[in-house]
Design a protein around this ligand. Structure first.
Ligand code: HEM
Length: 453
């Protein structure tokens, strides 16, 4: 249950925190196997570092921002994407930007960089604003319950399809949405198989649906790529195909184009949808703050779309605080190439390092009132913060290439929704975080949505 603390601050719900350490095997049964952020002990939010042994692998968990900086930036070349993680994600996103390392990663990052530069992102504001207009077409003016998790996914799907894939309708269908949800859901089962060194054969209904989801996505994106090969389209994907063809043999270029289409399609909308969903949940629970944000949004929109994000200072603070409390990517991993020291701790070649925004963002030594929602902490305090204590987009050379895109998109969508609509909780409905790869409310986020007058 959420609460109000003694200072009158809103403290949203978080999973129960046992006082003692939670045994590793618990990570593979029950709720902990479905929800990455479930079952962390109180102590985990107080330590600078700890180590776990998971099925014969040493996993280092640095929480001190200096140690995190060491892994993600100072000695980033020694920490690559783990083989086990690649086994899990390669069937869906191949060797695209997110899942490659070394020269192949560098080449792909260079190719896409220009499309995500600040000027290129600013030009997309009308695309984001248009997605807002279509998103609310089915909402009743008199008010009614809308699943805002599904609405957020549909809207960010439209944005990614319109801004990167020339609005291809195959990428915004209901079937695509269902298959993506199934593919992400199937990861928990596959994760256990990969850790145990078993072949990736789905054995449950969930696993089978996940596999079908992966196959659907790959097949659809292969069609989308093949339609563009040899044509002189100007959308992101067409330009990417030409850049890949200039550097790789035709077969490999096609494969990498499909891998990156899947990478950008998936990484580019599910995460942003979760950020929007959590922000709306937190605003629905704080009606006064929502009113202030709505007033700012109306004023910002009345001055036109150009430069709008600069006029959304409060909405930005709210979004930042929401991603602190509910990081859409609650953990990400690396594997050491060579031996290293992490503070006082030895790292052996092949060891894993898990970076946990979920733990770091609520760490008791790093934040005042870590579990409370305090948007204003983003107004003052920025100077005292370590840049590796807030990591919704990761950090170092592999920081999210779409961070500015996602932030601008989320601000424009929130402003559009808040200006015209009010979001209230559905009485009696509890919200619980769920997901192994990304963090979303279990069972969606039904809210009472009514038109502002
Ligand atoms: C709120 C929304 C988003 C969040 C929270 C988020 C989070 C992240 C994180 C944590 C990483 C780093 C993972 C690691 O280091 O292992 C990452 C990488 C990445 N993200 Fe995002 N992301 C978001 C939106 C987007 C968008 C909109 C796009 C594209 C349009 C995108 C594309 C990517 C790609 C391609 C990478 C891999 C970059 C590389 O390895 O060079 N993301 N994201």
């Amino acid at each position: 249950m959420d609460t109000i603390d003694r200072a009158g601050r809103f403290v949203p719900p978080h999973p129960p925190r046992p006082s003692g350490p939670v045994p590793v095997w618990r990570g593979f049964v029950g709720e902990r196997a479905r929800t990455a952020v479930y079952g962390w002990s109180e102590r985990a939010f107080t330590l600078p570092y700890f180590k776990r042994r998971v099925f014969g692998h040493d996993v280092h968990i640095p929480l001190d921002p200096d140690l995190v900086q060491h892994v993600l930036l100072d000695n980033a070349a020694n920490y690559v994407k783990p083989d086990l993680v690649k086994k899990l994600i390669v069937p869906t996103i191949g060797r695209g930007l997110l899942s490659s390392d070394g020269p192949l990663w560098r080449e792909q990052r260079r190719i896409v960089a220009a499309s995500f530069a600040p000027a290129a992102v600013d030009m997309l504001v009308p695309v984001f604003a248009n997605a807002v207009r279509t998103s609310s077409l089915g909402w009743s003016r008199q008010g009614g319950i809308v699943d805002m998790a599904a609405a957020s996914t549909a809207t960010t799907m439209r944005v990614i399809a319109d801004s990167l894939f020339a609005g291809d309708p195959r990428l915004t269908s209901e079937a695509a949405m269902a298959h993506i949800a199934a593919a992400l859901d199937g990861v928990s089962e596959a994760r256990l198989q990969v850790l145990l060194g078993l072949p990736l054969i789905p054995w449950s209904r969930r696993g089978l649906a996940g596999r079908r989801g992966q196959i659907y996505l790959r097949r659809t994106l292969a069609e989308v790529v093949d339609d563009r090969i040899g044509k002189d389209g100007e959308d992101f994907l067409s330009k990417l195909i030409r850049a890949l063809e200039a550097r790789f043999a035709p077969g490999e270029a096609r494969e990498l184009a499909i891998d990156n289409a899947a990478t950008f399609y998936l990484a580019g909308h599910e995460t942003t949808a979760n950020a929007l969903t959590w922000t709306l949940f937190l605003l629905a629970e704080q009606p006064d703050l929502q009113e202030e944000a709505a007033a700012e949004a109306r004023a910002a929109l009345s001055a036109g779309e150009e430069g709008i994000v600069d006029r959304l200072a409060l909405v930005r603070r709210i979004l930042e605080e929401s991603m602190r409390l509910y990081p859409p990517v609650p953990r990400f991993d690396r594997q050491a190439v060579a031996a290293d020291r992490l503070g006082d701790h030895d790292v052996a070649p092949g060891d894993f390092v898990s970076i946990w925004p979920w733990l770091i963002h609520r760490h008791k030594r790093l934040w005042d009132e870590p579990d409370a929602f305090i948007a204003d902490r983003w107004q003052d305090g920025a100077a005292e913060r370590h840049r590796f204590q807030y990591l919704p987009f990761g950090g170092g050379p592999r920081v999210c290439v779409g961070a500015r895109f996602a932030t601008t998109e989320a601000l424009v969508i929130l402003a559009g929704w808040l200006a015209d609509w009010r979001f209230d909780p559905v009485p009696g409905r509890e919200v619980r975080a769920s997901g192994m790869v990304t963090l979303r409310p279990a069972g969606g986020l039904p809210l009472n949505v009514s038109e502002r007058r």
